[in-house]
Design a protein around this ligand. Sequence first.
Ligand code: M6R
Length: 608
Amino acid sequence: MCGILAYLGKEPALPILLEGLRRLEYRGYDSSGLAVMEDAEVLCRRAPGKIRVLEDRLADAEWQGSAGIAHTRWATHGKPSEINAHPHSDCRERIFVVHNGIIENHQALKEQLQQRGHQFKSETDTEVLAHLIEEYHQEGLLQAVKEALLAVQGTYGIAVLSADHPGKVVIAAKGSPLILGIGEKGIWAASDVCALVSHTREVVYLHDDDLVLVDSEGYQISNLHSQDISRPKRTIDWEIRDAEKQGYPHFMLKEIHEQPQAVRNAMRGRLLQAEGIPKLGGLTDVWKQMVDMERLFIVSCGTSYYAGLLGRYIIEESTDIAVEVDLASEFRYRKLNFKEGTAVLAISQSGETADTLVAIREARRKGALILGLVNVVGSSIARETDAGVYNHAGPEVGVASTKSFISQLTILYLIALSLARHQTPSLSERQSFLRELISIPDKIQQILDGAAHIQSIARRFSQYRNFLYLGRKFNYPIALEGALKLKEISYLHSEAYAAGEMKHGPIALIDEDFPSVCLAPRDSSYEKMLSNIQEIKARNGPVVAVGTEGDRELPKICDEVIEVPATHEILLPLLTTVPMQLLAYYIAEERGCEIDQPRNLAKSVTVE
Ligand code: M6R
């Protein structure tokens, strides 16, 4: 939610900032802007809309300055417009600030500042920061930023440039991700490593309350109480091509096609096949507590929540742990008293989702063991958990989550199997399960190879306005995920139900204009799904079914059938998810939608 970037080094900042902004655009895309220090003056340009509009406005800029800051916005306070685009400046237009986060007490601060004569230009919460810094600017840039931050409540990742202090950039983080990149040609700070990995792979993950002064000498980290802070340097283990489209028309399609590899990466180095058990190194330190665990809460949002829902089915299937799954945004409203033996597992691709962060902080306050399943290394959720597992799915840029979901499911299977070995399954059952899991990437590839059939179904169905998604048991969360994929990228109305619920209300919607997507592979709920499909057909509803390869019944009663290879019932979601994603993708493509950057959305949601 908003991407920020800063650079100070030996090269002209402008092209570096524009390239970085393009890579951060997935974080917000309603307006953008940048500022560059040019001969003791700060030059700033902003534009509404996508970054290409800003690029057009900068076509004539021959700025050579080698220090600058940049921002791509997802609006919270104030409409998407040029005036509300960042950077924001003080009254004298000498201090420029880019900000990701929310200043909660901005209204009170704004009134105080106005009483002291400050003139505001925008409707944003961020602008108070520029004016607060202005109040202290004679104390030096670092001190002025510190004083300003001591006055604010809320969250921020900021970068500040001041014409009064050339050759310096000040960075600060609290509740918003910021990563420093340390390279031969300078120092970067960005909301996501994808904006700096083309320049350097040496990074420092900033923590809450870190304040950084970057100048020609390098960088120094301190905190708001002027204590020096030391943070370790790390090396990023992926390359810039991982964050590029590599010939695909959209990141979403590329990421769908990366799923066989995402499953392999989630398992790599984590399977002890002879013993039939996974080994999740990140959980070693808390394993004893996990084995004794009686109750597990899974907290997450959106797609990650649906992964959690499946997690409940699969952990309960193989252990006697009672699992509850909560939307992270609702978790805090539950009056829960955690007894010993309670753990909370946060699932998050970005590791920055504010609702999920708040939920784990609440759980920690109540004394639960906090676990994480996170894709982005070094992210806030990863740092705030007691132990956890990384997805290693690589960067996911498309706003619609795809490969991170498949990867989350894979790891949930590994967690369930690790816990299950203390219960019932025999060695041969565990080995057979692992063998089947290892075969999943090839089966996903088989589905991807048949994408043209799904595309032709999408063509046929893209003109409908409403869709019902139905599934049972392990495939119920996949129906929910399928409906979310369709609505977020095609703006069509779609809703999902456990198929058994259809007769309790949704069936009233069914007619010839209201198609249903039914997950009906050959599993223990197959017969019941067939009955549900018959009920839909009896009311003239069109049906697209996802079934097991070779099924002879479904083609007799459905309008279209998408086949997936056979596998263990419990593993079917790893396969049935893929047609859901492709169907949504191709329908959105047919409808000419902006697939990677759907309206109103942002990849990581850092506000509550
Ligand atoms: O980064 P997270 O997994 O915590 O994000 C949670 C949701 O915002 C996210 O899954 C969202 O629903 C998806 N991008 C939708 O495809």
